[in-house]
Design a binder for this molecule. Structure first.
Ligand SMILES: Nc1ncnc2c1ncn2[C@@H]1O[C@H](COP(=O)(O)OP(=O)(O)OP(=O)(O)O)[C@@H](O)[C@H]1O
Length: 487
C-alpha cells in the first residue's frame, strides 16, 4: 500500500500541552516548552531543566514551527554550501540565508525584549481563561523583531500602526469581518487602493500571541500554492498583525451556514477540489510534510471566483520524513473535526487532515456544521446514512435537485473513505484530487482502501490493540465533548 508508512519508523513525541477550549469549540494548548525556551524568557533553574528535557524529546512542536524552521534552514544552508544541487533555486538560497539572519536577530531581540514576560506558570492557563484578559496584554514588541521579519521574505511589506489604522478606519467595528479563537480580522484598504484582511492577534498571553504570530509566518513563508492563503505583509507596532489578501466572499462557513445565501453545487464541488489540491500540496508538494491540523469551514477562504484558500496556519506542524507521525498529549484543533487516533493517542499525521477534510465534505453535502448548536456531531448523524448509501437524506435541502448526482455520490464516497476510523484506510489527499478530477475511478480507490492492509501504521496497531470500533469512536467523541464542553 503506497500510503502506508513504515510502522518501525519513529514517532516524534510532542510536549505535554495543557489544553483550553474556547467559545468556538476549539481546543488549543498554551505555548509549549520548546518555544518558551527558545524565546530566552527569564525562568527558574527547575523550569529550565524541564524545558531542556522537553526540547530534547520534542520534534517540531505544534508551536515550534519557527525554531524548527530556523534549525532546518540553518542545516539546509550549511548543506547547500557543500552541495551544488540543481534543486536549490536562487530564491530558495536567498530565503534560507534570510532565515538564518532572521534567526540571529530574533534570538537577540527575543532575549532583550521578552525579559519582562510573565513566569512559566502562566503557560498552564488555558486559552479560554487568557481570553478574558483580551486587549490587556498586547506585548510591547521589540524593534529587532521587526528588523528580523523583513528579512524573511523581502516582498512582504512591514506596515506601521498608523498605516493599518488608516486602512481600517482605526480598526472600526464596521470593518470587523471575522473573529477566531485568537484574532480579530478587519477589512482594510491600503493607500494604493488594494483591499486586504488585517488579522490582529489579540488573545492569549504575550508568549502565546508571539508564538501564534511567528508560527503562522514560519509556515506561510514556505508555502506557495493557488489554494493556500497569501500574505501581503505584517505589522508589529501596537500588537501583532498579519496583512493578508482579502478573500471577498469570506470563509466557507460564513456562506454555507448563512440562511440568506445558497451555495450552488458547482461551487461546493470547486471548493472540495481546491481544498483537496491545497492539502495535497501541503502534505506532499513541498520540501517538508506540513500538517495543517485545523481544517474546517471557517479556515477555508473564498476568492472572487470561489477558488478556496486554506488559511490559518497557527496550528500547522512540520513532520520530518523519518517520523511516521507526531504525538501530542493535549487537545488541539476543533471539535467535530478530530479523528479517533487523535482522541485516543494524540497521534498527528497527514491522515489527521484527511479526516477533517472528510468532515468538510459532509458539510458541503449537507449544509450542516460539524457541530450543531447543541454540540451534536455531524459525523455521528451522517455515518449511518453514508453506510446505507442514503445520499438523498444527506443532501442539503436548499440544493433541492440542483446537483449532479454522480458528483454527489463521488463526494459522499470520498467523505466516507476519509472518515474511516482507521487512519491507514483513509486515502491520501492527492488520490482524492485524482478522483475529484475524474482521473481515477472512485470504485478503484474504494477497493484499494478496502483491501486487507498488509503494512500497518502505528495508530492502526494501537486502535486494533484496543479493539476500537466505530461505535466506541462515536461514544468517545461525545464523551470527550461532554467533558470538555462541561455539558
Ligand atoms: N484573508 C481573509 N479574507 C477575508 N476574511 C478573512 C481573511 N482571513 C480571515 N478572515 C475571516 O476571519 C475569520 C477568523 O480568521 P482566522 O481563522 O485566521 O482567525 P483565528 O483567530 O486564527 O481563528 P481560529 O479560531 O480558527 O484559530 C475567518 O473565519 C474569516 O471569516
Amino acid at each position: 500500500m503506497e500510503d502506508v508508512r513504515e510502522p518501525s519508523a519513529s514517532p516524534c513525541v510532542g510536549s505535554g500541552n495543557i489544553g483550553g477550549e474556547n467559545a468556538e469549540g476549539k481546543v488549543h494548548p498554551v505555548a509549549d516548552g520548546e518555544h518558551l525556551s527558545s524565546l530566552s524568557v527569564s525562568i527558574s533553574a527547575e523550569d529550565s531543566a524541564t524545558l531542556n528535557m522537553e526540547e530534547r524529546k520534542e520534534g517540531p512542536s505544534p508551536r515550534g514551527v519557527l525554531e524548527g524552521c530556523l534549525r532546518s534552514v540553518e542545516s539546509e544552508t550549511a548543506s547547500s554550501k557543500a552541495s551544488t544541487s540543481d534543486s536549490e533555486t536562487p530564491s530558495n538560497t536567498r530565503s534560507a540565508s534570510n532565515w538564518h539572519r532572521f534567526s540571529q536577530l530574533f534570538k537577540k531581540g527575543s532575549a532583550m525584549g521578552l525579559q519582562t514576560l510573565p513566569s512559566l506558570g502562566i503557560r498552564k492557563l488555558s486559552r479560554s481563561k487568557s481570553r478574558r484578559a483580551r486587549g490587556s496584554m498586547i506585548p510591547a514588541l521589540y524593534p529587532s523583531l521587526d528588523a528580523g521579519l523583513c528579512l524573511m521574505k523581502p516582498s512582504w511589506k512591514a506596515f506601521s500602526l498608523s498605516e493599518l489604522e488608516t486602512a481600517t478606519d482605526n480598526f472600526s467595528h464596521k470593518n470587523l469581518i471575522g473573529e477566531g479563537g485568537y484574532a480579530e480580522v478587519y477589512k482594510g484598504q491600503l493607500q494604493d487602493g488594494q483591499f486586504v484582511a488585517i488579522k490582529r492577534i489579540i488573545r492569549g498571553t504575550p508568549e502565546e500571541m508571539t508564538v501564534d504570530f511567528l508560527s503562522e509566518l514560519g509556515i506561510i513563508v514556505h508555502i506557495d500554492h493557488p489554494n493556500t492563503a497569501k500574505l501581503v505583509g505584517y505589522g508589529v507596532e501596537g500588537g501583532m498583525h498579519l496583512v493578508l489578501y482579502l478573500s471577498p466572499h469570506g470563509s466557507l462557513a460564513s456562506l454555507l451556514y448563512s440562511p440568506e445565501k445558497k451555495l450552488e453545487w458547482e461551487i461546493r464541488y470547486k471548493i472540495a477540489l481546491g481544498t483537496a489540491e491545497g492539502l495535497g500540496y501541503l502534505h506532499e508538494g513541498g520540501q517538508r510534510r506540513i500538517i495543517h491540523r485545523d481544517i474546517k469551514a471557517s479556515n477555508i477562504l473564498l476568492k472572487e471566483d470561489f477558488e478556496p484558500q486554506i488559511s490559518d496556519f497557527g496550528l500547522a506542524k512540520w513532520l520530518p520524513e523519518q517520523c511516521t507521525h507526531h504525538i501530542v498529549s493535549g487537545f488541539e484543533g476543533t471539535f467535530g473535526y478530530l479523528p479517533p487516533e487523535y482522541f485516543l493517542h494524540g497521534i498527528v499525521d497527514e491522515k489527521t487532515d484527511v479526516y477533517a477534510y472528510g468532515v468538510l465534505l459532509l458539510e458541503l453535502i449537507t449544509g450542516r456544521p460539524a457541530l450543531d448548536s447543541s454540540q451534536k456531531s455531524l459525523v455521528m448523524w451522517a455515518k449511518p446514512l453514508l453506510i446505507n448509501n442514503s445520499i438523498d437524506e444527506l443532501v442539503d435541502p436548499r440544493l433541492a435537485d440542483a446537483y449532479d448526482s454522480e458528483q454527489m455520490n463521488i463526494v459522499a464516497t470520498v467523505s466516507s473513505l476519509c472518515l474511516h476510523q482507521s487512519s491507514v484506510q483513509r486515502p491520501r489527499m492527492n488520490q482524492v484530487v485524482q478522483v475529484l478530477k475524474g482521473r481515477e475511478d472512485i470504485s478503484t480507490l474504494g477497493k484499494r482502501y478496502q483491501k486487507p492492509i498488509l503494512q500497518r501504521t502505528y495508530s492502526e496497531e494501537l486502535l486494533d490493540a484496543e479493539e476500537y470500533n466505530s461505535t466506541k469512536h462515536l461514544n468517545d467523541l461525545s464523551r470527550h465533548m461532554e467533558i470538555l464542553l462541561e455539558i
